[in-house]
Design a protein around this ligand. Structure first.
Ligand code: AMP
Ligand code: ZN
Length: 118
């Protein structure tokens, strides 16, 4: 996608603080971190939003979570992180290229809990 900021990062046209890369995904540090560790797992395939996942492209999601497992171990935050995906502007999505936030605070401080929604 020509005007997609994450496609530009994937193509190397915009610099990023890259933590991990393989043939399917890139993992970068978020420009405006909201936690002690704030990473973005970005599939290399341009898919706008999670509601576009279907049986022909759902392998992308498996690759995302394989990268989540690898990178959290690499950074020593395994067992202490949350994964967040926003789909749609009303849900807080600002970059229309599917991505998953990895958020982790030191000392196990949880960022938000599903119990808050109950
Ligand atoms: P979302 O609001 O879920 O679409 O998340 C988009 C995220 O991308 C935000 O947390 C931004 O801070 C982050 N972001 C935007 N541009 C860049 C960039 N050039 N490098 C790294 N992170 C970025
Ligand atoms: Zn894109």
């Amino acid at each position: 996608m020509n005007d997609c900021i994450f496609c530009k990062i994937i193509n190397g046209d915009i610099p990023s603080n890259k933590e991990y890369e393989d043939e399917n995904v890139i993992v970068i540090h978020d420009l405006n971190p909201l936690a002690d560790t704030h990473l973005l797992v970005i599939p290399k395939k341009h898919i706008s939003c999670a509601d576009e996942i279907n049986e022909s492209n759902s392998d992308v999601i498996a690759h995302v979570f394989e990268a989540v497992s690898k990178v959290t171990k690499k950074l020593g935050i395994e067992n202490n992180f949350q994964v967040l995906n926003n789909c749609g502007e009303n849900a807080g999505q600002s970059v229309m290229h599917i991505h998953f936030h990895i958020l982790s605070n030191k000392e196990g401080r949880v960022l938000w809990s599903t119990t808050e929604l109950k």
